[in-house]
Each structure stands twice: as C-alpha cells, then as structure tokens.
Design a protein around this ligand. Structure first.
Ligand SMILES: NC(=O)c1ccc[n+]([C@@H]2O[C@H](COP(=O)([O-])OP(=O)(O)OC[C@H]3O[C@@H](n4cnc5c(N)ncnc54)[C@H](OP(=O)(O)O)[C@@H]3O)[C@@H](O)[C@H]2O)c1
Length: 252
C-alpha cells in the first residue's frame, strides 16, 4: 500500500469522481475524510464502503465556499487523524446556461460558481498548507475541467472558474515548492449527473471521443491517485483526462 499511514481529504467525496478518489486512496492505505455539503447519506455510504475494505474514513459536512467551514473541515480532520498529507479539491458546482444568453447569468449564480469552484479550493489549501508545511510534505490535486481550456461546458462562468483554478494551481505550486506538490486534473465529459446534461448531449460527447467511450470516474480518480503516489516529478502540472478532446480535437 503506497499511502499507509497517510491522511487525505476529498471535497465532494460522496459522489461521482470524488467517491472514486476516496475509494482509491483508501485502497492504498490512506485514512480518508469524505466531505459533503448536501448529500450526507451518499458520503456516509462511502465511509461504510471504505470500512468494509478494512480502511478508516469519516464523513464531514462543510460548504467549501465558506472560509470558516473550509477551515473547520481541515481542523476536524487533523483533530481526528493527527495529520494531513493529501487534499483533493474535487467539489464543484454549476448551473447549465447557454453561453450566448448572458442575461441569464444572475449575480447569485455567478457568485456561487466562483465561490465553490475557485474560492473553495483556495480556502481549503490555505487551511491545509500550514499542517503540510509542519510535516515537511504534502500533496494537493485540484479538479479543473476541459471547460477551462476551451471555453466550453455548462456555462461561461463555470469555464472561467475552472480556468482560474488552473492558474491558482500553478501559483500555489510555485509558492510552496519544494515542500508541497500542487497539480490539477482536467476531466473531459464524465457521466456523473453533474450539470444535468440531457442524454442527447452525452451521446454526442461519446461519439466525438477518441476513446470510443466517455471518460469514467475511475479514469479520472486513477490519474489523481497517480499524482499523489508515483507522480513525484510533477508539480504545477495539469493533466487532461479527456480522451484526447483538447489535444486532438473532435473525432471526424
Ligand atoms: N462530470 C463531468 O463531466 C466533469 C467534467 C469536468 C470536471 N468536472 C469536475 O469534477 C468534479 C466532480 O464532479 P462530478 O462529475 O463527480 O459530479 P458530482 O457527483 O455532482 O460531484 C460534485 C460534488 O461537489 C460537492 N459540492 C458541491 N458544492 C459543494 C460545496 N459548496 N461544498 C462542498 N461540496 C460541494 C457535491 O456534494 P453535495 O451534493 O453534498 O453538495 C458533490 O459531491 C467537479 O469539480 C466538476 O466541476 C466534472
């Protein structure tokens, strides 16, 4: 087990990509805090799955878009397990809005998208980094999106919020090297129910993928796991897990 004795937090760990990260980290021996903000039952189910594997986990409610709650998430984790080695900033929020409908971008929607997707990871990093520095090492992975590369996706502000997180990843990697490695993983379309895409949009994404299938939660989680285990030469990096979407363009 590559992460025996280590402690990890996965924000939004109760569902989708986050759930798969929690299970992957636990299989490698890490103790895992499964964060959620609304879906407590799903987070507790992930805790039970980890315990059934013989691992240790804890579900903690915190809205990461609120600084005090992000700090409390980190503090409760350290109080429970005595240390913090890994932070996966996976929580995300969006509201599907056609990009040309600018008047539909309410102030509330703009604020919430930036608060959860951009400020949230920064709040969590700010609270976690002092503990990692004290220990002499730490690993952070931010979940961004192809939306931030291409200006596509569920809304203009969602793409912007993830592009901002990409550059924040680089800034943090610079600022806290060599003690803390900070990287990002940018998924392509993953069928988790995120953004509530209609089936037709999912079918088009599947057809356009160079893999002949959509990227899965396991594809994304295994890349995140690689970054915190074997990816020792990587910091400030952003790995696309998108079936070639950005690099190769659409399949013709
Ligand atoms: N699915 C895709 O196609 C895709 C593509 C690129 C990037 N991503 C990114 O991948 C990440 C995971 O998404 P997913 O596809 O796995 O969808 P998901 O299952 O809906 O996961 C989103 C998670 O974020 C949590 N969350 C939302 N607001 C939160 C807040 N304020 N505080 C704490 N947790 C919060 C949710 O927990 P609660 O329900 O408990 O609030 C949920 O567990 C997101 O950052 C998303 O932007 C997804």
């Amino acid at each position: 087990m590559k992460l025996a004795g280590q402690v990890a937090i996965v924000t939004g760990g109760g569902t989708g990509i986050g759930r798969s990260c929690c299970l992957g980290l636990a299989r490698e021996g890490a103790k895992v805090t499964v964060n959620y903000s609304r879906r407590q039952e799903q987070a507790e189910e992930v805790v039970r799955e980890i315990e059934a594997l013989g691992g240790s986990a804890l579900a903690i409610r915190a809205d990461v878009s609120k600084d005090a709650e992000a700090r409390s998430l980190i503090d409760q984790t350290v109080a429970q397990w005595g240390r913090l080695d890994i932070l996966i900033n996976n929580a995300g929020w969006t509201q599907r809005t056609p990009h040309h409908e600018l008047e539909l971008l309410s102030e509330e929607m703009l604020d919430r998208t930036l608060a959860v997707n951009t400020k949230g990871p920064l709040y969590c990093c700010r609270a976690a980094i002092p503990f990692m520095q004290k220990q002499g090492e730490g690993y952070i992975v931010n979940v961004t999106s192809v939306a931030g590369f291409l200006g596509v996706g569920s809304s203009i502000i969602y793409a912007g919020s993830k592009a901002a997180l990409s550059t924040i990843t680089k800034s943090l990697a610079r600022a806290f090297a060599p003690t803390i490695r900070v990287n990002a993983v940018a998924p392509g379309f993953v069928d988790t129910g995120f953004a509530d895409w209609p089936r037709e949009a999912i079918a088009i994404a599947e057809k356009e993928s160079h893999l002949g299938r959509l990227v899965t939660v396991e594809d994304v989680a295994s890349t995140i796991l690689f970054l915190v285990t074997d990816g020792r030469g990587l910091t400030g990096e952003e790995i696309l897990v998108d079936g070639g979407m950005v690099t190769l363009g659409n399949r013709r």
